[in-house]
Design a protein around this ligand. Structure first.
Ligand SMILES: [Zn+2]
Length: 100
């Protein structure tokens, strides 16, 4: 009968370890859900800006849409007919056709 008692004790120890592992997994998943939910909220705000006209002036579209920042683009000297602008913050290059 000692073997049966030992079997029961081993099963209890095994189940306890499994429960602790699953509890850690649940905590990690909840943290991931919170991070994704926060990211979705930020993307929703960026999406709203992306669906509306850009602010007046030569404003960096990347900084405006993703970060909500009004950063004025700087001109980049160019030999071509196109106008080239560079954002001093995100370093994005924007090329516009001089005719359009
Ligand atoms: Zn920018």
């Amino acid at each position: 009968m000692k073997e049966l008692e030992q079997y029961r004790l081993n099963a209890a120890a095994h189940l306890l370890i499994a429960r602790e592992e699953q509890s850690r997994e649940i905590v990690a998943l909840r943290e991931k859900i919170e991070a994704i939910t926060a990211d979705i909220a930020l993307q929703g705000i960026a999406f709203t800006r992306a669906t509306r006209p850009l602010p007046e002036g030569k404003v960096c579209p990347r900084c405006w849409i993703w970060d909500g920042k009004l950063i004025e683009l700087g001109c980049v000297p160019s030999a071509s007919k196109a106008d080239i602008y560079k954002c001093p913050t995100c370093k994005e290059h924007i090329t516009t056709n001089a005719a359009g």
